[in-house]
Design a protein around this ligand. Structure first.
Ligand code: XLS
Ligand code: NI
Ligand code: NI
Length: 442
């Protein structure tokens, strides 16, 4: 069957977004994102593999617990699910290429509506995958990561891989197998597991140990299957503490790393850190990135922001330059992402109903990262920041301090060293000075 690609233009008002420099007042231009500009030794476009999230931008029409969707997408008008899926994909590829980006991320049933049976869903996925392959071939847009939606269908109300019913776990596995097949077929660079319903609502009816063992087995089987099919990319776990469950097993970076190491999954899995999930776990985003980097597991990020006045995953587009600069300091100093990039897991507000709002939101966020990178370069290259940080630990660079780091010293040696000291001199942490240096460049 030969595939005919759609030729409708969905975003007629908007031409390709170009870099126009920081004085530009054109809302459809980049003021800082200059793809080919060399910053910190490589092109901006190489630092940032930006990806558009299919679900937020092309699927979710803005429904919330109090009301139905507000957004009427011109690509969701057909009664035929395959036609809808093709229209949606045409719109997505047009949008991504007008932004000058090269990646997108998806859940299986973002691509096409789930069928009423496993085999019907499988058929639908096969059809849209063929269509997507053609779209990918005629563009330079690729899949940053794929995933399976194991949280929307009512069958997952008690979890997917951690469901107390074996039959449901099997259906989830079949779904992951299919999502892996699609990701591999489309040349996806990575695969994500976000366990929205892998956790509990009440510990009273939950055998936590058994559920965690099942989750680990499920991940092992998924990984082994993907590897057997030739998948070379990374698997990412995306931590989140809660919502929709009361307690999600992948609570935060430290919890996930402990889990991966305990179950022997740490060689294949890395982390996808999301801003709003970090803050829900009462951490800063920077903290979560650093914890992942410490274990060599900083795989990718889901960029967004929460709301300081409420406590849920509002998935707003990022706009906080302090947060982004401090995060980039962690990312750059730890050598960048392993395999992943920056996925905009963010949605325009429910009352932002124009198609142009999709552009404003992405342009603003992309420019924020670009501006943040330029600031980070100055902090690292022109300021005393790195030196001050290093100096703080200088007593471990020489003498007994170095011996301690090198493991050449015993508890008794430490005792003897301490016995010879008067009360040690106190040294200021100078937090305000560090903060002022960051502000000097912002
Ligand atoms: C939800 C998650 C989800 C994952 C992909 O909070 O962020 O969107 O990124 O399943
Ligand atoms: Ni996410
Ligand atoms: Ni989220």
């Amino acid at each position: 069957m030969s595939i005919v690609l759609g030729d409708r233009e969905y975003f007629k008002d908007v031409k390709k977004i170009k870099f126009e420099g920081k004085d530009s007042k054109n809302p459809f231009s980049y003021r800082f994102y200059d793809e080919n500009k060399i910053v910190l030794g490589k092109k901006m476009g190489e630092h940032f593999k930006f990806a558009v999230a299919y679900w937020h931008s092309f699927v979710n029409p803005g429904n919330d617990p109090f009301g139905v969707g507000t957004k009427s997408f011109p690509w969701s008008k057909s009664s035929d699910p395959f036609q809808n899926a093709c229209d949606k994909m045409d719109a997505a590829f047009e949008f991504i290429s007008k932004l000058g980006l090269k990646h997108f991320c998806f859940h299986d049933f973002d691509l096409i509506e789930e069928g009423s049976s496993l085999s019907e869903s499988e058929k639908r996925l096969e059809k849209i995958t063929s269509y997507a392959k053609e779209k990918i071939k005629e563009s330079d847009i690729n899949v940053l990561w794929g995933t399976a939606n194991l949280f929307s269908n009512p069958r997952y109300m008690n979890g997917a891989a951690t469901n107390p019913e074996f039959d449901i776990l099997s259906v989830a596995a079949a779904q992951v197998k299919n999502a892996l097949d699609v990701t591999i077929e489309l040349g996806g660079e990575n695969y994500v597991f976000w366990g929205g319903r892998e956790g509990y609502m009440s510990l009273l009816n939950t055998d936590m140990k058994r559920e965690l063992d099942h989750l680990a087995k499920f991940l092992h089987l998924s990984k082994d299957y993907a590897r057997s099919q030739g998948f070379k990319g990374c698997f990412f776990i995306e931590p989140k503490p809660m919502e929709p469950t009361k307690h999600q097993y992948d609570f935060d970076a430290a919890t996930v790393i402990g889990f991966l190491e305990h179950y022997g999954l740490d060689k294949d899995f890395k982390l996808n850190i999301e801003v709003n999930h970090a803050t829900l776990a009462s951490h800063t985003f920077q903290h979560e990135l650093q914890v992942a980097a410490n274990s060599n597991m900083l795989g990718s990020m889901d960029a967004n922001r929460g709301d300081y006045q409420n406590g849920w995953d509002t998935d707003q587009f990022p706009n906080n330059i302090y947060e982004i600069v401090e995060s980039l300091l962690v990312i750059i100093q730890s050598g960048g992402f392993q395999g992943g990039g920056i996925n905009f897991d963010a949605k325009t507000r429910r009352n932002s109903i124009d198609l142009n709002d999709m552009f404003y939101s992405h342009i603003g966020a992309i420019d924020l990262f670009a501006k943040g990178l330029l600031i980070t370069e100055k902090i690292l290259n022109d300021s005393e920041y790195s030196k001050l940080l290093q100096e703080r630990y200088a007593s471990f660079d020489v003498g007994k301090g170095k011996d301690f780091e090198d493991g050449k010293i015993s508890m008794k040696d430490l005792y003897q060293h301490a016995s010879k000291l008067k009360e040690p001199k106190l040294i200021s942490g100078r937090q305000e000075l560090f903060e002022n240096i960051i502000n000097r460049y912002i």
